[in-house]
Design a protein around this ligand. Sequence first.
Ligand SMILES: NC(=O)c1ccc[n+]([C@@H]2O[C@H](COP(=O)([O-])OP(=O)(O)OC[C@H]3O[C@@H](n4cnc5c(N)ncnc54)[C@H](OP(=O)(O)O)[C@@H]3O)[C@@H](O)[C@H]2O)c1
Length: 212
Amino acid sequence: MAKPHLSVNMAMTLDGKVMLPDGTWHGLTSPVDRQTMDLYRSRAQALIVGRNSVEKDNPVFALKDGSPGPRPIMICRSRLPVPGLRFFQHDPIIYVPPALTDSDEASQLSQACEIAALDDPSPAAVLDDLYERGFSTVLLEGGPGLNSGFFFADLVDCLYLTIVPFVLGDSHLPGIVDADTCIPDFTQRNWKLERCEKIGNEVFTEYHRQRN
Ligand SMILES: NC(=O)c1ccc[n+]([C@@H]2O[C@H](COP(=O)([O-])OP(=O)(O)OC[C@H]3O[C@@H](n4cnc5c(N)ncnc54)[C@H](OP(=O)(O)O)[C@@H]3O)[C@@H](O)[C@H]2O)c1
């Protein structure tokens, strides 16, 4: 079945970490990385973000040029996000199982977003639904928990990875994919390095998933 083209954008430290011990990701990337993020966002029609990341970092969704950027998307299987986040300023869609639609919390949040029920809001089902709605380019910005669902299901076509010049060292901090097990067929999944650019003190890479 046809699905949107899915890119992932993440930044990681020299030792492969994508979050700080306090559960945020603040102050580790440069203004160039922010510009690059805007570029990747401007190429996408929808932007999938993780609930924990949005609650922790409360990121800005508008692009620097003032345009609204891609439509924000969230997937929540166990609970809805807290209200009041910047995320709600951009007419987002939150995918949930039917059980999460029936609460006072859901009716309050539905004034600020669309709550879309899917029997199983899996990464594949969400991408199918986005495609049916006319979204053909989608960007995923983590975090690593949410990323795991998309990488395990082999749904990622392009990975933008920025390497930032810090070493954190805490072995409990995750990399770009946080899961309890290894992707079983990872040796059969080939990634081709399409771009590798040094700008200032960071390295910007772009890998494409090779499918035969
Ligand atoms: N370095 C970077 O570029 C970067 C980028 C983004 C975020 N971050 C950092 O990442 C941290 C948060 O990451 P996180 O892993 O804790 O949370 P997350 O990935 O932001 O959100 C995880 C949540 O997504 C929901 N989810 C929905 N579908 C899922 C699926 N198929 N598989 C897994 N989860 C799914 C789960 O909640 P339900 O069980 O309710 O569905 C899960 O708790 C923050 O510290 C943030 O700063 C770093």
